[in-house]
Design a protein around this ligand. Structure first.
Ligand SMILES: Cc1cc2nc3c(=O)[nH]c(=O)nc-3n(C[C@H](O)[C@H](O)[C@H](O)COP(=O)(O)OP(=O)(O)OC[C@H]3O[C@@H](n4cnc5c(N)ncnc54)[C@H](O)[C@@H]3O)c2cc1C
Length: 343
């Protein structure tokens, strides 16, 4: 087991397992802060902004280990750790300086996009007008924006987040795909309210709720990326989020396998442990194969995202670092900022 996997496994046992279902906000925040102190929340943030400078592969290892203990907490942390990808992809230098170091220190982030009564796939509806695409609206007022609308009760980290990336329409006369923009909205912004915690079938270690925007005012520099440009931004920066989420569920599958193994080794039938019956052993072997296949798929997808990132930016593996790093990442691999050994 590599150093990162081992460290996160220990962290999950100490800080995440005791959370249980529906932890109160203060306990959730305390566990999140402990993860931040370990460098888990900022693993994908470059070292120049105080992050770990790690790879999607590192994030997948973190997500799997947390997911094996609590998928809700793991998904919450994955979301917060990958949302800064929006700023890395399209934030101004000033926005990066302002928000990335805080994110690396453990700011809890949320992405508020999907809406009640609007299908998620509406983002791709080519029809113009308010009847297609999302309904939340952003209107220029003075030297800033006014946001109005409501987001579905699925918003991960709603109620514990320090800031929300809100997606809203900046025009009606074009399809949602070319008229949606992203805004940084602090949790304490006047007019932003969060609904009651959603009671989901699973993921109960995390928090999900509706987010309502009622005349929320944000300055002009809250706009992330180009006006109307949220869709291309999502396309370039969210694959890492999806890969991390997939890794969370590899963790869930692995935990199921581990519990199965413990049971079939302990439970006896006809004078021997269940695992010694070939029919049972074959089923467990199939489970193991499926878990490993899933992990390989996730690893492959993470490498693709890392490769894409390294192609679009100069590789940190070949670039001398500017200035000393302000914090240490959990692994030498993450510290190198390389997805492959430096050559
Ligand atoms: C645990 C959880 C956490 C979430 N966290 C967040 C979050 O943090 N932020 C956020 O904004 N959202 C969040 N969501 C919302 C999530 O992203 C959406 O639920 C997702 O995008 C799917 O959209 P939908 O539920 O509106 O499904 P729909 O888009 O309504 O789809 C419903 C079904 O219809 C099918 N369908 C839809 N349109 C078409 C079409 N045109 N042609 C053929 N088939 C179609 C779909 O494949 C699907 O089977 C979360 C959801 C869950 C369950």
């Amino acid at each position: 087991m590599d150093e990162l996997r081992e460290a996160v496994r220990e962290f999950a046992a100490d800080h995440v397992a005791p959370l249980g279902e529906h932890p109160p906000a203060d306990r959730f925040r305390a566990a999140f802060a402990a993860a931040a102190r370990m460098g888990l929340t900022g693993v994908l943030i470059p070292q120049e902004y105080g992050g770990g400078g790690g790879s999607q592969l590192d994030n997948a290892v973190i997500a799997e280990e947390l997911g094996a203990v609590d998928a809700g907490f793991a998904a919450a942390l994955n979301l917060s750790a990958t949302v800064p990808g929006l700023l890395l992809a399209a934030g101004t230098a000033e926005q990066r300086e302002r928000w990335l170091p805080a994110a690396a220190r453990g700011l809890i982030l949320a992405g508020a996009m999907n809406e009640p009564s609007v299908a998620g796939s509406e983002l791709f509806n080519p029809e113009p007008g308010p009847e297609s695409g999302f309904r939340a609206r952003a209107v220029r007022v003075g030297d800033g924006w006014r946001l109005d609308g409501a987001k579905a009760p699925w918003v991960t980290n709603a109620g514990v987040a320090d800031a929300y990336i809100v997606f809203a329409r900046t025009a009606w006369d074009r399809p949602g795909a070319t008229s949606t923009s992203a805004f940084w909205v602090p949790a304490d912004a006047e007019g932003l309210t969060v609904g009651p915690r959603s009671d989901l079938l699973g993921l109960r270690g995390g928090r999900h709720a509706e987010v309502v925007l009622d005349g929320v005012r944000v300055p002009d520099d809250a706009l992330i990326g180009p006006e109307d440009g949220a869709l291309p931004l999502l396309a370039t920066s969210t694959p890492g989020m999806a890969v991390g989420l997939a890794a969370v569920f590899v963790g869930v599958a692995r935990a199921a396998l581990e519990q199965t193994l413990a049971f079939v080794r302990e439970r006896r039938s006809w004078g021997r442990p269940l695992i010694d019956h070939q029919a049972v052993a074959l089923q467990v072997a199939d489970m193991e194969i499926e878990v490993r296949q899933a992990r390989l798929l996730v690893t492959d997808a993470a490498a693709v995202v890392d490769g894409a990132r390294l192609r679009t930016r100069r590789s940190p593996c070949r670039r001398p670092r500017r200035g000393p790093s302000r914090r240490r990442s959990p692994t030498p691999h993450a510290r190198s900022g390389c997805t492959e050994p430096p050559g």
